[in-house]
Design a protein around this ligand. Structure first.
Ligand code: E4P
Length: 222
């Protein structure tokens, strides 16, 4: 049960690193553009903050270009995973990179058939986008269940990385449905541990403590 952060914002990534629950990072061209920093600079910073897998996406549309980009990106760190689109060219590049021992994350997966082909191409991870499926009235979490059933029945090693997460419920439902990894935006990670009853309960505990006249265990040391 691994949690990745879906971000290229260094401040956010440092914050989740301190929290100690982040096993890796996924980026995409949109997130890199939002960071306002150069691609290589951002990635070089990220790999020094989080020791786990860091997905870096190619922007070429042909397999040759994707492979060339991948060969440059993996020079940045051993933890780099090459993110490839789930297209014919992306699958070709995936097969090639898998043969070279380079880890891949096949992204923009919206069907179980696509996930099947990603696995056949040797993808390390496949990324079903559950939020974007929900956006068009489909059931994103159900796709995770179907991919899990397919992979389990056929002893597939490709890991299911649930992406496009819109709510804390998406996170837990994805894990319950068999996702190996969930990558979530910073905002959703904060929502995962925030609960109004936790805040209310804590406030009450502190008030009761103060009113009782008790002293902190640390006060005795002074
Ligand atoms: C996954 O790797 C993608 O970067 C991401 O989850 C896309 O999410 P979005 O649909 O919120 O853009």
């Amino acid at each position: 049960m691994k949690i990745f952060i879906d971000s290229a914002d260094i401040k956010e990534i440092k914050t989740v690193a301190e929290l100690g629950v982040c096993d890796g990072v996924t980026t995409n061209p949109t997130l890199i553009a939002k960071s306002g920093q150069d691609f290589k600079t951002v990635l070089s910073e990220i790999v020094n903050i989080i020791p786990g897998p860091i997905s870096a996406e190619v922007i070429s549309l042909d397999s040759k270009g994707m492979i060339k980009e991948a060969e440059e990106l993996v020079k940045l760190a051993n933890s780099i995973v090459i993110k490839l689109p789930l297209t014919e060219e992306g699958l070709k590049a995936c097969k090639y990179l898998n043969g070279k021992g380079i880890k891949t994350n096949v992204t923009l997966c919206f069907s179980v058939g696509q996930a099947l082909l990603a696995a056949k191409s040797g993808a390390t991870y496949v990324s079903p986008f559950i939020g974007r499926l929900d956006d068009i009235g489909e059931d994103g979490v159900n796709l995770i269940k179907e991919i899990k059933a397919l992979y389990s029945a056929n002893k597939v090693e490709t890991k299911i990385l649930a992406a496009s997460i819109r709510s804390p419920r998406h996170v837990t439902d994805s894990f319950i449905s068999g996702a190996d990894v969930v990558t979530l935006p910073f905002k959703i990670l904060l929502q995962l541990y925030t609960h109004p009853l936790t805040d209310k309960g804590l406030k009450q505990f502190i008030e009761d403590w103060k009113n009782s006249g008790q002293r902190s265990i640390l006060a005795e040391k002074i």
